[in-house]
Structures are given as C-alpha cells and as structure tokens.
Design a protein around this ligand. Structure first.
Ligand code: SF4
Length: 238
C-alpha cells in the first residue's frame, strides 16, 4: 500500500469506529477541500454520521455552492445552522457590520455569534463530532490529534485527517473526482467568511489568508477554543 492508500484505510477505520461506538455523531463541514474528502468517505460508505455546516451569513457564494454540489453529487442535504438573528442585529447595530477588523476581541465576539453559538446547537445531544482539521495547516494546529477529549463540549472530537498533508487531500480529490469549492483554484487554500479570508501567495502558510491582520497564534475561530485558549485538553490514543 502506498502512503495515501494507508491514510485512506486508517481514516475509513476511524469513521467506521465513530459511527459504531459514538452514535449519535456529527461532522462539522466548513465546505473546504478537507471537508469534501470526509464528505466523500462518509457518504460513499453510507455511515450514519450527520453532516452540517455553519452558514454564518458572511460566506462566499462559491462556498454555499458546495452545498448544492453535494446535493447534486451524493443526493445528500447538508444541514445548515444559522446564527441567532437578534444577536447578529444587536452586534451590527452596536459595532458596525465589519467591527471584527478593529480588535481580536471584536473578531471573537463576531465568531461567537455567527459560529460558536450555532455550533453549540448543532452539537447538542451528540456523543462525538468530527472536523476536517489537519496538523500541518498552521501553528495553532501543530499538536492536533486524531482523537481528542473535548471537555468544553462534553464529548469526543475526531480529526480523522490530522495526519494528512495538503498534497494527500488534493490527490484524493482528483482521484475520486470529488466536487470542491471553486475558491481553491483562485489562491484560497483555507476558506472562511468572505470578509475574513483572502488569497495567499505561493509559499505562504495555508492559513495566512485567514484573519490576516492578526497574530498567527490567535487565528482560530472559536470553534476550537474556550476562554481564548485552544481546546487541546487531552489526546486519546486512537
Ligand atoms: S470569520 Fe469574520 S465574519 Fe465570520 S464570524 Fe468570524 S469575525 Fe465574523
């Protein structure tokens, strides 16, 4: 077996274990390339792991188009969770539409309303959640494990692609003709909300285009943080 074949087999085994031992489990898809690999693996295997995405209200149209592409390709409707409209209106009325550029605190407050609170709703009642994070993506993910104890959400968190490289992801996508976000072909290796994501130059860190005005160590959206710290509390041997 070559390296990618081994990675795929290990990832399939992890997903099967999640479906078998951690039901109900859900996969939080950001609709980026990594998430499409997991989407393809979950749906082709028919695993009972629900797939959802956080529609923050500030996504690129190309990102939302991926939801339709998944429906067309797999006949699967990704569940979309939206922010509380009153909370969004209050934040915008008080701070302006793009206050996240003003400070890390303002940015985290916006992510809190548009991502973290809806994530809590999506995870309620679940035993495990799955993400498409990879260890090589950035300094904030250097210690990422395949399986973690997410005490903040009271469940186990799985990052089945932790060991995958960016090349592995794209080799899988090409080999399996997996649909993907058109922004990836326009210099966006990592994709989030439109006002907080820009294209990167060749050789730049893959997450350099996310919240590019901030220090690299602060660049997580809050989905993987509590009280300003990354949730990497305890890794569990897979
Ligand atoms: S990524 Fe930007 S627009 Fe999206 S929720 Fe966070 S601060 Fe708000």
């Amino acid at each position: 077996m070559n390296d990618l074949t081994s990675l795929i087999a290990a990832t399939q085994a992890t997903l099967e274990r999640i479906a078998r031992d951690f039901s109900p489990a859900v996969f939080a898809s950001s609709l980026a390339a990594e998430d499409m690999v997991l989407t393809d693996l979950i749906l082709k295997a028919g695993l009972p792991i629900g797939i959802f995405s956080l529609d923050t209200g500030r996504l690129h149209p190309e990102t939302l188009a991926v939801v339709d592409a998944v429906k067309a390709r797999y006949d699967y409707a990704i569940a979309l969770y939206h922010p509380n409209a009153q909370a969004v209106d209050a934040y915008v009325a008080e701070n302006g539409l793009n206050a996240f550029y003003d400070s890390v605190e303002m940015r985290r407050a916006c992510c809190g309303i548009r991502k973290v609170e809806p994530l809590g709703r999506a995870l309620a009642g679940k035993r495990a959640w799955v993400t498409g994070q990879r260890r090589a993506q950035s300094t904030t993910r250097a210690e990422l494990a395949v399986e973690e104890d997410d005490a903040a959400h009271g469940m186990t968190k799985f990052n089945p692609l932790a060991d995958w490289s960016e090349q592995d992801v794209w080799d899988y996508i090409r080999a399996n003709d997996v649909p993907y976000n058109a922004l990836h072909d326009q210099g966006f290796p990592s994709i989030g909300c439109a006002p907080c994501t820009r294209a990167v130059q060749p050789g730049e860190d893959v997450r350099a285009g996310r919240w590019w005005w901030e220090n690299p160590d602060s660049k997580e959206c809050g989905l993987h943080m509590v009280d300003g710290k990354l949730i990497r509390i305890k890794s569990v041997a897979a």
